[in-house]
Design a protein around this ligand. Structure first.
Ligand code: ADP
Ligand code: MG
Length: 602
């Protein structure tokens, strides 16, 4: 949300209203004041002067500007007053963000209100950070310290997280700490005063406002007070199919495209629940209002497998439904990413999941249409590609000035109409991300979950993280994984042949490969989200399981016919599934392992 405490004044008047785009003309005073792209303005409808409708400037032409209104535009009339704020669309950063549910403009939403569809009344904004809550601030900076933007002043304890309080990221040059205090404060109380190089004093609170469309570390990187590092570790999701075959790096990017109902939302929930990260930000741009409601009712009831507490303690949810104004939906993704960058700057591993980026792109398309911009493919704006890239590029690993390393991993779903991956949003996303987890309706239809299709999916991190995996898992892990992928491919080919010729038309050797590939699919790619043990498989367990699977597929059974081969693999599959359901500490774990070995004649 925007800091409205600064005085705004009426400097322009509405001249055109078209859906949620309002064109206004600067008055004489307004021209002297000037206007910026992405500046926030407030429209004061003459029909109800108490309302202040927030809008963002998208385009400026001389004295005229077009702004997208974040609210319902009913009742806005020609001649209505427009106030300029001199501020870009911003979020409030400070303690108390975690476990909040926000709308796209960082207005906190009470769960109940969302459940009943009571969004905020038009024209109201609520503080993104609770103005009354007190936090115990412990300074680390001392009087006389010389600091720069992004340096740490001190910290507060936000639940189990040490939340660092920074010198504002936009501070220019060096500042000297003049005064700093310890104690319990609200986010708006002064906690320190610094003197800038030109002698000006500035009082600091625990809150800072940051424009959502501007990456937090950009200036810090330029000044070398933060450094971008190459992602060199996986973000362990505990999903075998992802971690083993299509890994995502910590600080990396991935997308999950798939047709409606293929399991994108459920897969994202599994990833956000089990992944080894500190903070999760869920940006829900739902296809249906119900889907968003599911997200916010489900998360508080889910247990964080890493702490045993509520999953919500480490989560921020930004939610929009298709019934909210498109402009707020378009902004929500930037709001979420900015909050993620803020926690990364503290040295946390952050995961952002956006579901679905297609809805976000559609909001952009609607706005672009109303601005009568020259359309690109399927009427998406010509800048679709660069907008998609702009979002995913905000992922990455950062080392901050105090030596902490944080990461921001970004995973978005794409929901192409009819599951057609040729459409522009899927294509733009594919060109940007480094892991592609393509879901197919055939697999979902067969209830092969997660319905990630290995023949559509890829990960550039398999190569990029080769050293890590070969060191941590097995000296030739990557090579063995690639061999397994070739077997899956081979299984597909045989399956296609069988469709043409029937089972009789293929050799015993081909049939054996087909059975081997099906076995890998059934017991390794597929994973039961509803089983407490199978839902999450640690890397250590993946290593053991993979070795056993490899043993099975390397086995050359001495069997006379296809019937015998099928029978063997049916038994192996059954035993292996039971093995997957057995906790590592249980006697069953050892027992099934021994039975599988015995079946192989070992
Ligand atoms: P999408 O977001 O792609 O439209 P969902 O994630 O909402 O699809 O999944 C649709 C349905 O598919 C779910 O309601 C559930 O019945 C089933 N499903 C998806 N993933 C799984 C899974 N991992 N395990 C079991 N069922 C699943
Ligand atoms: Mg969904």
């Amino acid at each position: 949300m925007i800091d409205t405490s600064e005085k705004t004044s009426v400097l322009a008047k509405v001249i055109v209203v078209r859906d949620d785009i309002v064109t206004f003309e600067l008055q004489e005073e307004g021209e002297r004041h000037g206007i910026m792209k992405n500046e926030v303005v407030f429209i004061r409808p003459s029909s109800n002067p108490a309302e202040r409708l927030q809008a963002e400037v998208l385009r400026i032409r001389g004295r005229e500007a077009d702004a997208q209104v974040f609210e319902d535009t009913r009742g806005i009339a020609i001649g209505d007053a427009v106030e300029l704020s001199s501020q870009l669309l911003s979020v409030a950063l400070g303690p108390g963000l975690l476990s909040q549910v926000y709308d796209g403009l960082q207005n906190p939403l009470e769960n109940l209100a969302v459940l009943h569809g009571f969004f905020l009344p038009r024209g109201t904004a609520v503080d993104g950070l609770d103005p009354n809550k007190r936090w115990k601030f412990t300074p680390t900076a001392k009087i006389g310290d010389v600091l720069r933007a992004g340096d740490v002043l001190g910290s507060v304890q936000e639940d189990r997280f040490t939340h660092k309080i920074f010198v504002p990221f936009d501070m220019v040059g060096e500042v000297t700490v003049d005064w700093v205090q310890v104690g319990n404060f609200t986010v708006n109380d002064p906690i320190a005063r610094v003197v800038e190089s030109d002698g000006r004093e500035r009082t600091l609170t625990m809150t800072m406002h940051w424009p959502v469309r501007r990456p937090i570390p950009a200036a810090l990187l330029r000044r070398r007070s933060s450094m971008r590092l190459y992602p060199e570790e996986p973000m362990v999701t505990s999903l075998r199919l992802v971690d083993t075959f299509f890994p995502v790096a910590r600080g990396g990017t991935a997308c999950i495209p798939g047709p409606f109902g293929a399991g994108k939302t459920i897969l994202q929930h599994l990833i956000s629940r089990y992944s080894a990260v500190d903070v999760v930000i869920v940006i829900a741009c739902g296809e249906r209002a119900g889907e968003v409601v599911e997200t916010i009712t489900e998360f508080p009831n889910l247990i964080d497998p890493h702490t045993g507490g509520s999953l919500m303690d480490r989560t921020i949810i930004i939610c929009n439904t298709s019934s909210m104004p498109v402009a707020a939906r378009e902004a929500s993704i930037y709001t979420g990413v900015t909050l993620g960058e803020y926690y990364r700057q503290m040295g946390f591993h952050v995961l952002i999941i956006a579901d679905s980026t297609s809805r976000w792109a559609q909001a952009m398309r609607e706005t672009s249409g109303r601005l009568e911009e020259i359309p690109g493919e399927e009427a998406f704006p010509a800048y679709l590609d660069s907008s998609v890239r702009g979002i995913y590029e905000r992922a990455g690993v950062i080392r901050t000035n105090d030596g902490s390393v944080g990461s921001l991993t970004m995973i978005g779903t794409v929901s192409p109409a009819g599951g057609n991956f040729e459409e522009p949003v899927t294509q733009s996303t594919m060109r940007t991300v480094k892991t592609f987890l393509g879901l197919s309706s055939e697999r979902a239809y067969k209830r092969f979950y997660p319905a990630v299709d290995p023949s559509l999916s890829w990960s550039r991190y398999r190569e990029q993280l080769r050293d890590w995996f070969d060191r941590e898992m097995d000296p030739d892990w990557t090579q063995r994984v690639e061999r397994m992928l070739r077997l899956l491919q081979r299984g597909n080919e045989v399956a296609h042949m069988m469709q043409v010729t029937g089972e009789e038309g293929i050799s015993l050797e081909d049939y054996l490969d087909y059975q081997r590939a099906t076995f890998v699919d059934m017991v390794y790619l597929q994973q039961d989200a509803f089983d407490d043990v199978d839902a999450s498989s640690s890397l250590a367990r993946q290593k053991v399981t993979f070795a056993m699977v490899a043993e099975v597929v390397a086995h050359e059974p001495n069997l006379a016919d296809k019937d015998a081969v099928r029978k063997l693999f049916t038994r192996l599959t059954g035993l292996f599934k039971n093995f997957n359901y057995a906790a590592e500490t249980s006697p069953d774990f050892k027992r099934y392992r021994a039975e599988i070995k015995a079946l192989l004649g070992g």
